[in-house]
Design a protein around this ligand. Structure first.
Ligand SMILES: *Cc1c(COP(=O)(O)O)cnc(C)c1O
Length: 375
C-alpha cells in the first residue's frame, strides 16, 4: 500500500529493519548512541555545540509542543512574579488551533491572532499584535500548516519577534528534514520542535526539540509537570549523561532514526530532500488538474508537503467511500478534511518519488471512474 498521508510517512526498509531487535535503553552503550543521535539532530537544526541542545520526549508531536509551551511560556498564575506571560498564536489552520488548545489546557494565556488561512503569515500582523500587547512573551507558529499545505516562513516573522524582544516556539513538525532550519540564525527561538516520522522519514513514537541551553537552565521548575518539563530533561542529561533517559524511551524508533538520518545524508541533506518533495508535489498538482480536480491553493502558494484538492462536484461524493475505493487500488490518502467545502488531503512526502505519485494519480483516476465521478 502506498501511503500518501501527512505522517507517519512511508519509510525505507532499512529504517524499519533498524528497529527489528531488542535493545536495553539503560545500557551505557545505548545511552551513547542516543547521545550521538541527539547531536546529529542538533547539527541538522543548525544548533551549536555548548549553545543548543536536542532533547527527545516519548509521544507524538503534540507532546513536545505541550512540553515546549509548559517549559518556556510563563503560566498565567505567575504573572505577578514572572512579569507577565502569554503566547500569541496566529490561527493559520488546524495545527495552530491545536497549539492554542494545548496552551490553554496548560493554563497559559493565549491570544489568538486572526489571519487569512489562504495566505502565508504576514509579519506585519505579528508586529502590530506585539506592539498592542507588551505582556505577550511568546509567538507560537506553525512552519508547514499541514491542514492547508501552506508554508509560513519563520525568517521574516522571526525578525519581528527579535525586534520586540519576544521568544518563539516553532512547530516544524511537518517541515523539519526538508525545509530550511537554522536555530543559530534565530536567537529568538526557545524551541524548534519536530518528529521523526514526517520529513525525516523515520518511525513514530517520540518527538524532539532543539533549544538554547541558557533558556533550558533559566526555566527550571516552571512546567507544572515532570513528564513535560524540558528543563528537567536537560538537567537529567547533565547529571546522568547526554542521552540518558528519565523514563523508558521508545528505543526502537530511536534506533531507526539513526538509519533514517544516514539516508538523509546520502540523499544530499534537506535541500535534496526538498527538491524530491517539490518534484513529487509538482507531479501531484499536474495529476490532479489532469483528472479535472481543483487544487485548493494556487500553485504559487502550494507547499511541498501536502495538498488539499476539492472533491468532484457531485451528490455521489463521499470521502470515506472514495478512500476505501482508492485503497483497493493500492493507495491510501487522509480520511479527514480541513476545508469547509468537501475536499481531500494528499501527502507528497516520505520515501516515495515521482513514479509513486504517477501510480497514485492513475489509481485515483480509476477510483473516480469506478464511482462514476469522473467528468
Ligand atoms: C503532524 C503534526 C503535528 C503533530 O501531530 P502528532 O499526531 O501529535 O504527531 C503537529 N504539527 C503539525 C504541523 C503537524 O503536521
Amino acid at each position: 500500500m502506498l501511503l500518501l498521508i501527512p505522517g507517519p510517512v512511508m519509510t525505507h526498509a532499512d529504517v524499519r529493519a533498524a528497529a527489528n531487535r531488542d535493545i536495553a535503553p539503560w545500557d551505557h552503550a545505548v545511552r551513547g548512541e542516543i547521545g550521538s543521535l541527539l547531536n546529529r539532530l542538533r547539527i541538522l537544526a543548525g544548533g551549536i555545540e555548548g549553545i543548543h541542545a536536542a532533547l527527545p520526549l516519548p509521544g507524538s508531536g503534540h507532546f513536545i509542543i505541550e512540553a515546549a509551551i509548559r517549559t518556556f511560556v510563563p503560566p498565567a498564575k505567575d504573572q505577578g512574579q514572572d512579569a507577565g506571560g502569554g503566547i500569541l498564536i496566529p490561527g493559520s489552520g488546524q495545527y495552530a488551533q491545536r497549539m492554542m488548545r494545548l496552551a490553554r489546557a496548560a493554563g497559559r494565556r493565549v491570544v489568538a491572532l486572526d489571519v487569512p488561512l489562504d495566505q502565508p503569515l504576514d509579519p506585519a500582523l505579528v508586529d502590530a499584535a506585539f506592539t498592542a500587547d507588551p505582556t505577550l512573551t511568546h509567538l507560537g507558529m506553525v512552519y508547514s500548516e499541514t491542514s492547508t499545505g501552506i508554508i509560513h516562513g519563520p525568517q521574516a516573522v522571526g525578525a519581528v519577534v527579535r525586534k520586540h524582544g519576544r521568544r518563539m516556539i516553532l512547530d516544524a513538525v511537518s517541515a523539519f528534514g526538508a525545509l530550511p532550519a537554522n536555530i543559530a540564525a534565530h536567537p529568538e527561538i526557545d524551541a524548534l520542535v519536530f518528529t521523526p516520522n514526517k520529513c525525516l522519514e523515520g518511525l513514530p513514537g517520540f518527538s524532539l526539540c532543539v533549544s538554547p541551553i541558557a533558556r533550558l537552565l533559566e526555566r527550571q521548575g516552571h512546567a507544572d509537570s515532570w513528564s513535560f518539563d524540558l528543563a528537567d530533561l536537560y538537567q537529567n542529561g547533565l547529571e546522568n549523561g547526554h542521552g540518558a533517559a528519565r523514563f523508558t524511551p521508545p528505543i526502537q524508533p530511536m534506533a531507526a532514526l539513526h538509519t533514517a538520518l544516514d539516508r538523509l545524508d546520502a540523499e544530499g541533506g534537506p535541500p535534496a530532500r526538498l527538491r524530491r518533495y517539490q518534484d513529487n508535489m509538482a507531479t501531484l498538482y499536474d495529476g490532479m488538474l489532469a483528472l479535472g480536480l481543483k487544487p485548493c491553493l494556487p500553485r504559487a502558494l502550494q507547499g511541498p508537503i501536502i495538498m488539499n484538492v476539492l472533491a468532484p462536484e457531485s451528490d455521489k461524493w463521499d470521502l470515506q467511500v472514495f478512500v476505501e475505493t482508492l485503497k483497493r487500488h493500492g493507495v491510501l490518502i487522509s480520511n479527514f478534511r480541513n476545508t469547509d467545502a468537501p475536499s481531500m488531503r494528499i501527502g507528497a512526502i516520505g520515501a516515495i518519488d515521482r513514479a509513486d505519485i504517477e501510480k497514485a494519480v492513475l489509481a485515483m483516476g480509476r477510483a473516480l471512474d469506478e464511482l462514476g465521478l469522473r467528468r
